[in-house]
Design a protein around this ligand. Structure first.
Ligand code: 5AD
Ligand code: SF4
Length: 477
């Protein structure tokens, strides 16, 4: 199977991750393409699993497909525009292949259901992120010549029992969803509307999936959720605020889940994404310190360095709170890599408030950051309550300043690796040279080193001898 992941969350050009080819038994052919976050990537693996179970096969060529599925992202307007263009391209294929079915999956399906089906007649199926079990029925409806739609959001669905078909590029790193949805209602964000309420997945099913991945040769698991720090499994999936003291004591927290996964095997690395500063407790940091195989890397989106902007964003923390969390990371995990998401030009953002973001970046000096111009999303609190009043050219200038600052900080951070020895998980042959391999250290920085007899999935100690602005280069020791 080949599938393309177009990662909108990366700065600038969308990153296209080509995914390995697998072959499956004969049957109707589907072509599956994913846009957006890692969660979408993981969801596509669930979709593949459900349909392969029903006898479908996959193809890397959309022109020979019987069904095309596009798993979509709605987080910013430009993500949606790209998908829309893609859907128009696919619709053209229908002229030569009358039986072709096209389905839109994921966040845009949730947002634009009627527009896609009725106004634009762009697709045959519209399937929201909680309705993938219904795909075989929906395909049958579409094959019968009717439009098929299921965009119901669920309070319970976690696909806990479905073993994903890994559509990964390297056979070393696997993503495991630990929860779905989001209850935070950040005022700029469309996710609570497209992915519904937050719900946690039963820990035993997570551990089982991670163990199976390890047994199949994977050496790194990334636990995924919109806000992993609020993960809580209490048997019935009850919300924290509704639990009795006894139920709370018997619940599994995110820190405990991390430990359960870390204990599968010392050779299995554990990562997670994404943390929310308001819920990031020291318990998680102490658990990270306790196990060598829990990677020393924290992605802690800040969004803005100004407390008034943060309040308007409904983030639930102040600049001071955020910096206290950074201090806690540095105290408990002195060698951790830290990255963030930053939005520039949010409604009403003044020049001083923008300077506060720059000064916070200066304080923290992130290894890495994903940086975005604010993009107003329909239905969100910000769209209803505030004016998107920072002119495009000012947004763009502020974004450039933020990107420049980050480039400087990445360079400083990378240089700090010179002369150090890192344990690196070998992931791929280097893009630049067939004689070199690449992988990441625990802090998530890419390292490049001579191939020797190394193969994907090995661990190797690398002495760093030189670097580029974001990559460490070294020799095996
Ligand atoms: N405009 C710009 N960036 C956004 N993000 C989420 N919603 C928006 C928006 N409306 C960014 C945030 C979030 C990341 C996944 O995407 O920084 O952390
Ligand atoms: Fe969106 Fe905020 Fe939830 Fe992240 S935590 S998905 S930014 S609402």
């Amino acid at each position: 199977m080949e599938s393309k992941i177009i990662d909108e969350s990366k700065q600038g050009e969308a990153l296209v991750r080509e995914v390995q080819k697998n072959t499956f038994s004969a049957g109707k052919k589907m072509f599956l393409e994913s846009y957006g976050c890692q969660m979408n990537f993981a969801d596509s693996e669930i979709v593949a699993s459900i349909l392969i179970d029903k006898g479908y096969t996959t193809t890397s060529d959309y022109k020979e497909a019987d069904i095309i599925f596009v798993n979509t992202c709605a987080i910013r307007e430009n993500a949606e525009s790209k998908v829309r263009q893609r859907l128009y391209d696919y619709k053209k294929v229908k002229k030569t292949n009358k039986n072709l079915l096209i389905g839109v999956l994921g966040c845009m399906a949730e947002r634009l259901k009627h527009q896609f089906l009725e106004q634009e007649k762009l697709v045959d199926m519209v399937v929201g992120p909680d309705a993938y079990r219904d795909l075989p029925n929906l395909i049958a409806v579409a094959e019968g010549g009717q439009q098929a739609i299921n965009v119901l959001l669920s309070k319970e669905e976690t696909y806990a029992d479905i073993s994903p078909v890994r559509l990964d590029a390297n056979g070393v790193s696997a993503f495991v969803s630990i929860m779905r949805g989001c209850d935070n209602m950040c005022s700029f964000c469309v996710v609570p509307f497209t992915r519904g309420r937050e719900r946690s997945r039963e820990p035993e099913t997570i551990v089982k999936e991670a163990r199976e991945a390890f047994e199949n040769g994977y050496r790194e698991i990334t636990l995924l959720g919109q806000n992993v720090n609020s993960y809580l499994w209490s048997g019935g999936g009850l919300k924290k605020e509704n639990l009795t003291e006894e139920q709370k004591a018997n619940s599994t927290t995110f820190a405990e889940l991390l430990e359960m996964v870390a204990l599968i095997h010392p050779e299995l690395r554990v990562r997670y994404s994404t943390s929310h500063p308001k819920d990031m407790g020291d318990d998680v940091l102490h658990m990270m310190a306790k196990y060598e195989n829990i990677c020393k890397y924290v992605h802690l989106p800040v969004q803005s360095g100004n407390s008034d902007v943060l309040e308007k964003m409904n983030r639930g923390y102040t600049r001071e709170w955020y910096l206290d969390r950074i201090a806690a990371i540095r105290r408990i995990l002195p060698d951790a890599g830290i990255s963030a998401d930053i939005i520039t030009g949010f409604c009403g953002e003044t020049e001083e408030q923008h300077q506060d973001t720059l000064s916070l970046m200066e304080d923290v000096q992130y290894e890495f950051a994903y940086m975005f111009s604010y993009s107003e999303r329909p239905k969100t609190l910000a769209e209803r309550k505030y004016k998107d009043d920072v002119p495009a050219e000012i947004k763009s200038r502020r974004l450039t300043e933020i990107v420049d600052a980050q480039r400087r900080h990445s360079e400083i951070r990378t240089k700090q690796g010179l002369g150090k020895v890192y344990k690196v998980l070998v992931e791929n042959v280097s893009k630049k040279s067939a004689d070199m391999m690449s992988g990441r250290n625990s802090q998530n920085t890419v390292c490049v080193f001579p191939k020797g007899n190394l193969k994907k999935g090995d661990y190797v100690n690398v002495l760093i001898t030189s670097c580029t602005s974001g990559t460490l280069i070294g020799e095996c020791v």
